[in-house]
Every structure is written in structure tokens, then in C-alpha cells.
Design a protein around this ligand. Structure first.
Ligand SMILES: Nc1ncnc2c1ncn2[C@@H]1O[C@H](COP(=O)(O)OP(=O)(O)OP(=O)(O)O)[C@@H](O)[C@H]1O
Ligand SMILES: [Zn+2]
Ligand SMILES: [Zn+2]
Length: 966
């Protein structure tokens, strides 16, 4: 035990000292009694027969006597001796060196070869300057002994004080340490930064990448300074950042004082404000008294009629005012001086405010947080007040906003931090390298491309996902840290605007909305999600769309989100144009900030074709493609209600050879097991489609698509004419786009089409379907497209068409659908229907979508006997010919077995996506069987179903209006 050791050390040492002291006294006594003075002189402890050279008054009124050899002897050098400064000496008359002959005692202040100077405590009146001679004898040092004894006694009873740590280390009670950290949880890069900051003489820069605990480190540095008794002025560019520091320093029990108008401070901070502290100071009541007196005098002045009295009161008021001012100034100074840490914004630290009442050198250190986001000039407001500064921030995030392009380009936007890093590099900088925010997959990109690959993710966040949050189901969206939704080729163009700052992209807004829907339906709280856009116009569009439904959802510009974080971040990059212009996005630091706000999930919606023209953005797209899930926006573009196939036309093709208007729209359905492309010949041009806009595909691309489509179709038709050929194999070398076309053509012609083989060797086999077992196929009434295109239908049924629904059913169904399509103003496509050759070779697809009102019956149908198709109202027998859906495990007729048709679209989609994200390849072809539905997914589907029902209800309510306008 430390105390025991100290105690026993002290008592033992005191005894020993006593013994030593006694021995010394004894020796002196013996010498004085037994040894001749001459012998003592030869031992060096005595000087004989000295004369007083001079006597003067020295420090603290003591007499300084200079003792020298006798001058008349012609010797000016003292015998060799041991006298030195600090020795206690006695001056004796020539009777000897007995106590009786002692003239005075003193301390040697100077010893040279020719003289000894002694400062005497008791002014010796009887010294004779000229004639008398004296002996000088070294005495035992009683003073030293007494002081040591006192120190030991104090050491013994030491409980708290500056030497506590020292005592404990020197008595082996604790290990000596270089620096004792107040926050023991600091990681090694943070410790290094703290030590570095403490050891630097003038400047230390703490570079804190996103989520690396910059504030934690700065707080520790400040507390260490306070522990050393230093006064710190701590500033940041924004009130929020300053308040954050106030809060954390106050929690650590530092005496903080926050300058600034109380109205601008957070409520929790207000008690640390200068006004609040003043109100509780000793001076407060005096000041209040003076104020009261002043008020009284004022009142008196108003009432007083007498002129003389009035003048008298006026004088009184002015005197009181003067008194008040001095009192207040004194109170402010006192409060400021008492604080260990004074905090203000950079500009709040100005000389005309409260700080003017402090001496210029009051502060030892200035700490500036968020230094990379402030103009250097603003940093100089606090910097002029201290001899040392600590600058913290991240110069890889956005620099201060500067309105003047010229000023910015000429260097005004270069922050002090950036300048120092550039000029001095590592000699003044320490970087924090462990980050506590992002899932590793999100972090790696920023680390690699912004922070020299130096960041590591702390174990607590490394793998965290949205699904780990309470109440969040495991669905695909919540299990992936990175999701890229690519709008390339989907025609979701940015709005045309001349102003570079105001770009918008309504198509990306749609997709963001759908993704937010998916996240919230999976149980992610909207307050945990941020939607970030680089452009204010896009922010406005997003707010208009989303804020009513999700009031807690934060939608902000990148710049507005700096310094913040969210569990999930949805980023829309907006730019989508043919020229590949990215403008504003070209600021790497803006993208860095946007991406690094995300803790568990980052979704980026962008046109990869446009944004990858920029090298830095390309690194992000590449990273997400490699380490994350990738979807094409096509997947989102169907307005799919459960079970219905409402394809959105997204791909408009101009075909000059068409007899109709020449426009074709390709509705893509990349969902589920069967990525299909549907082509309709509504011919009405893009204006009747809900997503009009010029195609992003170049005319070349469009023409190529048509040519290929025609080629494949010709090939399949040749196969059909050749009855000997059982199946038609397409080579595995087809790209995914061509595969889509093959599936499409086969589907249109009512043929079986199936992908076979694995991986790269996958190929499509097209074959004739088995002969229709029952129910003659009748030519159903052609559906009139929404645009009302009248066209003669003369083509025969496709051989072995997949329709086995009764003609009556179908007719009823289709007529209904057509009506709906017309009413709703968009097109409903089904997977197949009557094919009809047009010159362009495109075919029309008739609708087989489920009407909204039938939703209830869908649920009823689920429990219906297994003998008929499980699709609502479909009575087709599936006893002989049916298909089992691998997702819902129910039998469907061939007209309804496609997952999207009967409501398994999401599962099929998820399944396909899973494969795409696992294998990184978009296969055309049927999916793998996945019968398992995990309980979380079930709950999720339920929630989704609920919200769909609500949506549909709403739609039904709002529909009539739309009908009128249509
Ligand atoms: N040594 C540490 N151990 C565990 N968690 C830490 C450590 N340092 C920081 N953190 C956590 O990291 C998060 C961010 O820390 P802090 O608030 O200090 O950083 P900041 O300055 O606000 O953010 P940034 O680093 O992005 O500037 C906090 O949740 C904090 O608890
Ligand atoms: Zn199904
Ligand atoms: Zn059916």
C-alpha cells in the first residue's frame, strides 16, 4: 500500500536524519574543542584572520559583509577552502571559534579566491571595518535539516495536491505514464493526436475524417490543457458546433463559458451563457440594486416639476449609470477570468464584445474546430489572442461557401487548415484513422479515394446494417450497405435549366420515393433516413413529394448536411444528359460529404452513363458496382400494383417505317425470373405516356434494337414453319439485351422459352408449347389501346398461344382493362396477348391486369380450391395444364403463371436481384426456385400489402376527378 510505504519511509528517514544531525553537531563540537584552528583551516572549513573589506545592505535588508585576507600582509589570496554559496557560516572574533566568541551567522552568497561574501541575518553593529580581524567557520546546516524534516512530515500527510501522482509513481504505487488520458476509451490515433497537440509549441492540426471522433479528441485536448491550468479559447464556425463542444466539456465538469446571444444558443447550453452566469454571480445583486435605483430616479425625474430637483436627479442617474457600467465590466471580467474554457463562434470572439475586458494575453491556447469549413480570415479573429493553436477539421469536406467565383479561384476558399497541410504536411498534422460511423463497405470508398486508404472501421460499426436496428425486417433493402439504382437508358432526364445551381430530376424523385417506401415498409423510421441532393431544385421537388407523408424525413442539400449523419442515406445525383455534363457534382469533396453521412445504408440514384464521365464519380459507381447491389431503374418504373401489370413505357422508339405515328414504346420489365421487354405499338407518341420525355437512347441504338428485334423474330418464325425442328437454340454468346429480345419475341408468339445452362454458358431454348388440351382458343376481342389507335387486326393466333382462358372471360376482363387504361391515362400491358405483325415488327400486348377493385377477391381466391387457376376470377382448370408458381406455391393457368401477373412480382424480383447481386450478371432466363419465405419477410410483405391497400383506396377515391379530365 502506498500510504504505508510513505509512512514508514518518513518515520524511518526522520530517525536517520536525527542521527545524522546529532553526529554533525558532535563533530562540530569536537572540532571546536579539540582541533586547533590551524588544523581546521587546513581542512578547508575555517578561514582565519580575515578583515572586513566592505559592508553594504543587500536584498531584503540584510547586511552583506565581504571578508578578505589581511591587506598589509601583501597576500591577496585566501587559503584553499571548501566555502561555497549557500553555506551557513559563523563569524567569530579572534578569541577562537567558540560559541562565546561568535559575532554573527550568515549565508555565503559569493566565494572567490580573494574574498567570501556573507549575508548576515543579525546586523552586526560591532564589526570593525578597519582594524579588527575575524575568523570564519563553516557551521552545520541547521536550516536544511529543518526544511527536510518539514517536507517529510508534509509528505506523510499528503492527501491531494499537485504531487499526488508523483508520490504514487515514486513510491512504486503506479506506473509512470507519458500522459494520463482523462478519456480512457480513446483509440490509438486519437491518443497520438492528443499527445501531439499537447507537445507542439505553436500549432497542431487534427485531421478528422468523417466519424473518426474529432470532437471527442478536441474535448480531451482541451481538458488536458485545463488540467495544466491553462486558459483556452475555443471556437468554431457555426453555433451548432460550438454548442456541441460546450455540452461535452460541461459534461466533463470543465468550467465553461459560452459567449453569444442567448437567443441563438441551444436551450441546454443557455445556463453556460455569459448572461446566465452573470445573473448568478456575486455582483448580480449589487447590479440589480443599482438598476433599481436608476429606475427610481427615472420615475422621480418624470414626476418632478421642480427644475432644480430635476437636474439633481439627472446627475444622480448619470452617476448610477457610470457605476453600473464599471460594476458590470468588473463582473464580466471576473466571470471570464474564472472560466477555464471560453467558447464562441469565430466571429463571436471579436474584440468589441465581452472579450475586450480581458488582457490580451489571457488565453494560453486557441482551439478552432471545423477549421476547414471556415474562412481563414474568420479564424484570425480568435487566433490573435493566443500563443498556441489547435486546429481541427477535415479539409476533404466542403470548404467555406464563397459567392465570388473570382475570389474563390484566387484562393479565398483555401482554409487555414488546408494551407497548413499543404505547406507543412506531417510536421503539424495528425490524422484520426478509426471511424465510428459507417459500415465498412460505405467507408472503403471514401477511405481509398479521399484518405489514402488509411481509415479502418471500428468493430462496433464495421458490419452494421439497417436490419440490425430494432423493428426493422430483413429485406433486401435493409441487408445491403450499398445500393446503386442506375437510371441509365431509362429516359429520366434532368430538367432543362440554364442555371447550373437549379437542376432537378423528377424521374429520380420517383425512384427515391419508391425506395423510401421500401425502407419505411421494412420498418426503418423516417427520422433515420436522409435524402440528399446536390441541387436545391431537386431538394424542393423531393420535399414537395415526400414531406407530407414523411414529416420526419430530412431532405437537404449536401452542403446542408455537412457534419451530420443518418442510418440511411438516399442520394440522388440528378444529372442525366447526353453530353455527360456533371457540373456542380465535379467537386469531389461534395460527393465525399454526401456519401459519408451514411451509417448503415447508402443508396445512390444516378445515371451512371452521365456521371461516370467524371473520373471521381466513376470511382464511386465502380465501388458500388463491385461491393454493393445494383439495380436498374427499370425495376422501379412499373407502377405495379399487386398482381397487375401496369408497365410504364420508358423507352420510346421512333420508327419511320411505321404506318402509324411512328412511335413505339418499349416497356421494360426486368423483374423476376423473366426479364422481358414489351413493345407496344400504341403509336400515339410519348405524350400519352405517363413518363414522356425524349429518349436517352441515341437514334443509332434505337435503330439497332429494331433491327435486332426483327432479325430474331424472323429467325423464330422460320423455326415455326419448319415442323421438323423441335426447338430453337440461341447461342450463349447473346448479350443480355438480345436475350431480352429473344424472350420477348417468344413470349409474343406464345412459345415456350427457357434459359438453360449455367453462368456464361446460359442459352435460351425456344420451343412449341404442348397442344392446347381443352377449351378452344378463340380470337379474343382486340384491346383498343388507350390512345384509341384503330387498326385492323388480321394476324392469326400465335401457334400454341399461352392463353387458355375462356374467350368470354378474357373479353370481359380485357374490356374492363381497356376502360381502366383509358380512364387512368396510361397503358396497361400484359405479358402476352394477340400478336400482330406490323411493319416495324413490333407487336401489341393486350392487358390482363387485375382491376383494383378485385383486390378483395384476390384474397378470397387464395383459399379457393386448387382445381382452378388461383388467379382472381379465373376459372380455367389447372388439373391438366397448369404451372406451379415457385414463390407462392399455387397452381395457375398458363395465362396467369407469370409471377408479376398474380402478385409474386416482388418475390420474383427479389430473387432475381439476389442472383444478380450475387453473381453480378443480369441473366435473361428463369429464376431459381426459392420456396422459403422467412418470417421477417412475411411480416414485411404484410406491411407492404397494407400500404398497397391504402394506396389503392386512395387511388379509388381520387380517380373520378381524373376521369373527367381525361
Ligand atoms: N474512441 C472511441 N471509442 C468509441 N466510440 C468513439 C470513440 N471516439 C468517437 N467515438 C464515437 O464516434 C462518434 C463520433 O464522435 P465525435 O462526436 O467525437 O465526432 P464528431 O467530431 O462529432 O464527428 P466527426 O468525426 O465526423 O467530425 C460518436 O458516436 C462517438 O461516441
Ligand atoms: Zn406466385
Ligand atoms: Zn388463369
Amino acid at each position: 500500500q502506498c500510504e504505508m510505504e510513505v509512512e514508514s519511509f518518513v518515520s524511518k528517514t526522520l530517525d536517520l536524519l536525527q542521527e545524522e544531525r546529532e553526529a554533525e553537531i558532535e563533530e562540530t563540537r569536537l572540532w571546536q574543542e579539540n582541533i586547533s584552528l590551524k588544523d581546521l583551516q587546513s581542512k578547508g572549513v575555517c578561514l582565519l584572520k580575515l578583515q572586513i573589506g566592505s559592508q553594504s545592505t543587500g536584498l531584503y535588508g540584510r547586511s552583506l559583509i565581504v571578508l578578505e585576507p589581511r591587506r598589509h600582509m601583501g597576500v591577496s589570496i585566501l587559503p584553499s577552502n571548501n566555502f561555497g554559496p549557500g553555506d551557513i557560516v559563523g563569524v567569530y572574533d579572534l578569541d577562537g571559534c567558540k560559541p562565546s566568541s561568535q559575532v554573527c551567522t550568515g549565508v555565503v552568497t559569493r566565494a572567490s579566491q580573494s574574498a567570501i561574501t556573507v549575508a548576515c541575518e543579525d546586523p552586526p553593529d560591532r564589526l570593525n571595518l578597519d582594524t579588527e580581524l575575524y575568523n570564519l567557520l563553516k557551521l552545520a546546516n541547521d536550516v536544511t535539516y529543518k526544511r527536510m524534516k518539514k517536507a517529510l512530515t508534509t509528505l506523510n500527510g499528503y492527501s491531494s495536491g499537485p504531487a499526488s501522482d508523483l508520490i504514487s509513481v515514486l513510491f512504486g504505487y503506479s506506473e509512470p505514464s507519458e500522459l494520463s488520458f482523462l478519456n480512457t476509451g480513446l483509440d490509438s490515433s486519437q491518443r497520438e493526436a492528443v499527445s501531439f497537440a499537447l507537445s507542439q509549441r505553436e500549432v497542431a492540426v487534427i485531421h478528422g475524417p468523417p466519424g473518426t471522433g474529432k470532437t471527442t479528441t478536441v474535448v480531451e485536448i482541451i481538458l488536458q490543457a485545463v488540467k495544466q491550468g491553462l486558459k483556452v479559447l475555443c471556437c468554431a464556425g457555426s453555433n451548432v458546433a460550438v454548442d456541441n463542444l460546450v455540452e461535452r466539456l460541461a459534461k466533463a465538469k470543465a468550467r465553461v463559458l459560452r459567449l453569444g446571444h442567448p437567443a441563438r444558443l441551444l436551450e441546454s447550453i443557455q445556463k453556460h451563457s455569459l448572461d446566465a452566469v452573470l445573473a448568478h454571480s456575486d455582483n448580480a445583486s449589487i447590479i440589480a440594486d443599482i438598476r433599481r435605483d436608476m429606475d427610481k430616479a427615472f420615475m422621480g425625474m418624470k414626476k418632478q416639476r421642480d427644475k432644480g430637483e430635476k437636474i439633481h436627479l439627472k446627475r444622480e442617474v448619470s452617476e448610477l449609470r457610470k457605476e453600473l457600467r464599471t460594476r458590470e465590466a468588473a463582473a464580466i471580467t471576473e466571470v471570464l477570468k474564472r472560466a477555464d474554457v471560453v467558447l464562441a463562434t469565430n466571429t463571436g470572439a471579436n474584440d468589441t464584445g465581452p472579450l475586450k475586458s480581458l488582457p490580451a494575453d489571457h488565453f494560453d491556447w486557441v482551439v478552432i474546430d471545423e477549421c476547414a469549413q471556415a474562412l481563414e480570415s474568420s479564424c484570425w479573429i480568435p487566433l490573435l489572442r493566443a500563443r498556441k493553436c489547435i486546429l481541427a477539421g477535415d479539409y476533404k469536406q466542403l470548404p467555406p461557401t464563397i459567392k465570388s467565383q473570382t475570389a474563390a479561384s484566387k484562393g479565398l476558399s483555401v482554409s487555414l487548415m488546408e494551407r497548413l497541410v499543404q505547406n507543412r504536411g506531417d510536421s503539424v498534422v495528425r490524422m484520426l484513422t478509426v471511424q465510428y460511423r459507417m459500415n465498412r463497405d460505405i467507408m472503403t470508398w471514401a477511405s481509398d479515394h479521399m484518405y489514402q486508404g488509411k481509415l479502418t472501421a471500428h468493430g462496433s460499426v464495421e458490419k452494421h446494417l439497417l436490419r440490425d436496428l430494432p423493428g426493422v425486417a430483413s429485406v433486401e433493402e435493409t441487408c445491403t450497405p450499398l445500393l446503386l439504382i442506375d437510371t441509365a437508358g431509362c429516359g429520366l432526364n434532368e430538367t432543362e435549366a440554364t442555371d447550373e445551381q437549379s437542376k432537378g430530376n423528377p424521374g429520380e424523385v420517383d425512384i427515391v420515393e419508391l425506395h423510401i417506401k421500401a425502407l419505411t415498409e421494412a420498418g426503418v423510421k423516417s427520422k433515420d433516413i436522409a435524402v440528399i441532393a446536390p441541387y436545391n431544385l431537386q431538394v424542393d421537388l423531393l420535399r414537395q413529394r415526400l414531406s407530407t407523408r414523411h414529416p420526419d424525413l430530412e431532405i437537404k442539400s449536401v452542403d446542408g448536411f455537412q457534419g451530420r449523419e443518418k442510418e440511411a442515406v438516399v442520394l440522388t445525383l440528378v444529372r442525366s444528359n447526353r453530353k455527360g455534363e456533371v457540373g456542380f457534382l465535379a467537386e469531389d469533396r461534395r460527393i465525399n460529404v454526401a456519401v459519408t453521412r451514411a451509417r448503415r445504408h447508402l443508396a445512390v440514384v444516378c445515371d451512371t452513363k452521365t456521371v461516370t464521365t467524371h473520373a471521381f464519380l466513376k470511382t464511386l459507381v465502380d465501388h458500388m458496382t463491385q461491393h454493393g447491389d445494383v439495380r436498374t431503374a427499370f425495376e422501379y418504373l412499373q407502377v405495379g400494383n399487386m398482381g397487375s401489370m401496369k408497365y410504364q413505357s420508358v423507352f420510346h422508339v421512333w420508327d419511320p417505317s411505321s404506318q402509324t405515328s411512328g412511335w413505339f414504346c418499349f416497356g421494360w420489365n426486368t423483374t423476376g425470373a423473366e426479364p422481358n421487354m414489351h413493345v407496344c405499338s400504341c403509336g400515339s407518341g410519348p405524350s400519352t405516356h405517363s413518363r414522356p420525355g425524349p429518349s436517352t437512347a441515341t437514334e443509332d441504338e434505337q435503330r439497332r434494337t429494331l433491327v435486332q428485334y426483327q432479325e430474331i423474330k424472323d429467325q423464330v418464325e422460320r423455326f415455326l414453319q419448319d415442323q421438323d425442328q423441335a426447338e430453337l437454340r440461341f447461342p450463349s454468346t447473346l448479350n443480355s439485351h438480345d436475350r431480352l429480345l429473344v424472350h420477348q419475341v417468344a413470349e409474343e408468339l406464345g412459345l415456350n422459352h427457357e434459359s438453360q445452362g449455367e453462368g456464361k454458358d446460359r442459352f435460351i431454348v425456344v420451343s412449341r408449347p404442348p397442344a392446347e388440351p381443352h377449351q378452344a382458343r378463340e380470337d379474343p376481342q382486340p384491346l383498343q389501346p388507350a390512345a384509341g389507335l384503330e387498326e385492323e387486326r388480321n394476324s392469326p393466333d400465335p401457334p400454341g398461344g399461352l392463353f387458355s382462358q375462356s374467350a368470354v372471360d378474357l373479353k370481359r376482363h380485357q374490356t374492363q382493362m381497356a376502360k381502366q387504361a383509358k380512364a387512368k391515362g396510361y397503358f396497361n400491358f400484359s405479358l402476352l396477348g394477340k400478336t400482330k405483325k406490323t411493319k416495324a415488327g413490333a407487336c401489341e400486348i393486350v392487358a390482363a391486369a387485375m382491376p383494383d377493385d378485385d383486390f378483395d377477391s384476390l384474397i378470397a381466391a387464395v383459399v379457393k380450391a386448387e382445381r382452378v387457376c388461383s388467379f382472381v376470377k379465373c376459372k380455367t382448370s389447372v388439373v391438366h395444364l397448369g404451372q406451379l408458381c415457385s414463390f407462392c406455391n399455387r397452381q395457375y393457368c398458363l395465362g396467369h403463371h407469370i409471377p408479376e401477373v398474380h402478385g409474386c412480382g416482388d418475390l420474383a424480383k427479389a430473387n432475381a436481384r439476389m442472383r444478380i447481386s450475387k453473381e453480378g450478371v443480369l441473366y435473361a432466363g428463369s429464376g431459381l426456385k426459392d420456396k422459403s419465405v422467412d418470417p421477417n419477410r412475411k411480416a414485411y410483405l404484410h406491411r407492404k400489402l397494407d400500404s398497397r391497400l391504402k394506396d389503392m383506396e386512395k387511388q379509388r377515391k381520387t380517380k373520378p376527378k381524373e376521369k373527367e379530365t381525361n
